[in-house]
Write a protein that binds this ligand. Structure first.
Ligand code: EPZ
Length: 421
């Protein structure tokens, strides 16, 4: 086990080079299964979740090679349609392989994905949508067995909620299905558009991605190609937030304003000055952040739930009272206790968190509760007086490439050490 040790109080200054998006790389790696031949993914982030996805591909019979930020996958004859429990449990979002394996082989056997730190994480919308495309499911002993004896066919599907994962599973399953699939109330996140763009590169017929209705016309085959994954907007806003909370000035390289468009106005409301350029984003923080009256997490293009913990950490030092409303997950305030231990004044009631800004935070020993909650603790530690230790950083490594190296490159006093506790 390892931990991060942070000596706070240094304003971050300099350039930060952003890695590719975890939430784009994972569904695209699943999509590679649908493609014959070799696929080369560039700007692929070096994250534990990505390595887990490559292990699943290898288990299914693919040949994966990871060189720096390029992942090359050769799909020959898939030797399995089963993902063993150990591999399923390594990564919460491994359910994203369901649509691709089903679409490619006509069957898929996985362990029923458990909940995670954010709550039960049900998959009812995934299963209901795939049933409408001809899939049959049996659940027994924690195993989910899926078959499509007559193959998958197009369908008119309406999602009760614009679920990102369900949208991705339908897109993946529909690409090689017979006929047209029309998906209503689809998720509109930038990562959905990146998946569609990748699949089109490989020969898929998909339109409407980024809007609420996506149309997929099934094709006979897809062929592998080369594709560069979009930058990680959540990692990006995390690093912008690190500059904001420490009163610094950073330039985020490798991202345009577009994927950040639903977060930049909130950074400006908090008193930051942001200057976009075609491939980078400058942020100048004020001496002290201003409170933001209300932040409500919503499906894209609303404010992203993945940025909620990041902004809560920032606003814990703002001048005034901020209110956050978490509308996507039912258990996404697990980072509050750690922030309060560091001196933040936060009151949670159901989906609402009221943050009364304080003048300073104090370093403390805390444990990461989940990916973005852990990142929020890093931001608080960067601004706190004294030393902060963050344990269980495997949560953070799922979504941030060597976060300590990135932060040190802009002056953060962050080291990774073995945690002998
Ligand atoms: C994706 O998770 C992301 N993960 C999450 O990022 C992100 O927070 C989430 O979308 C929302 O944007 C990846 O892309 C790998 P959902 P996903 O299906 O697909 C409920 C991070 O920090 N729901 O849009 O699981 C669900 O319980 C991670 O990078 C059902 O009820 O999210 C939740 O309350 C965390 N039934 C809501 O919908 C279903 O069948 C949104 O879930 C599916 C979802």
């Amino acid at each position: 086990m390892q931990k991060l040790v942070i000596e706070g109080g240094v304003p971050l200054e300099g350039d930060i080079f952003l890695h590719g998006a975890k939430n784009s790389a994972l569904p695209i790696l699943a999509g590679v299964l649908l493609c014959d031949g070799e696929t080369v993914l560039e700007n692929c982030p070096r994250l534990t979740d990505v390595f887990a996805a490559c292990r699943i591909l290898t288990h299914l019979g693919c040949r994966c090679m990871i060189q720096e930020h390029t992942v090359t996958v050769r799909v020959c004859d898939l030797r399995s349609d089963t993902i063993p429990e150990a591999l399923m449990q390594e990564m919460r979002s491994s359910i994203i392989f369901l649509g691709a394996v089903l679409g490619r082989t006509g069957a898929c056997h996985v362990s029923y994905p458990g909940g995670c730190e954010l709550g039960p994480r049900p998959i009812d919308m995934h299963l209901d949508a795939l049933r409408q495309m001809g899939a049959h499911f049996t659940i027994h002993g924690g195993q989910l067995d899926c078959t499509a004896p007559e193959g998958l066919h197009g369908a008119k599907i309406h999602l009760p909620f614009p679920s990102v994962g369900a949208t991705e599973n339908v897109m993946l399953a529909a690409t090689l299905a017979q006929g047209r699939t029309v998906l209503h109330n689809a998720a509109r996140e930038p990562e959905i558009c990146d998946l569609a763009s990748f699949l089109r590169t490989c020969g898929a017929k998909i339109s409407g991605d980024g809007e609420s209705t996506i149309v997929i016309d099934g094709v006979e085959k897809l062929r592998g190609g080369t594709y560069s994954i979009l930058p990680d907007r959540i990692a990006g806003v995390t690093y912008l937030g690190a500059a904001a909370i420490t009163g610094g000035t950073v330039c985020l390289r490798g991202i345009s304003a577009r994927p950040l468009e639903n977060m930049l106005p909130v950074l400006e409301q908090a008193g930051c000055r942001v200057y976009p350029e075609p491939d980078r984003m400058h942020l100048l923080a004020p001496r002290r952040l201003r409170a933001v009256p209300l932040i409500r997490t919503m499906p894209h293009p609303g404010f992203p739930t993945d940025a909620q913990a990041i902004f809560m950490a920032m606003l814990s030092l703002a001048d005034g009272v901020s209110v956050l409303e978490e509308n996507i997950f039912e258990n996404r305030y697990r980072h509050v206790d750690a922030l309060v231990k560091m001196g933040a004044k936060i009151h949670v009631s159901g989906r609402i968190a009221v943050v009364t800004g304080v003048r300073s935070l104090s370093g403390a020993s805390v444990a990461a509760t989940d990916l973005r909650g852990g990142a929020a603790m890093v931001l608080a530690g960067l601004a706190a007086q004294g030393r902060t230790e963050i344990r269980q950083i495997s949560h953070i490594d799922r979504g941030y490439e060597t976060i300590e190296t990135v932060l040190r490159s802009v002056g953060g006093r962050v080291t990774r050490v073995d945690d002998d506790n």
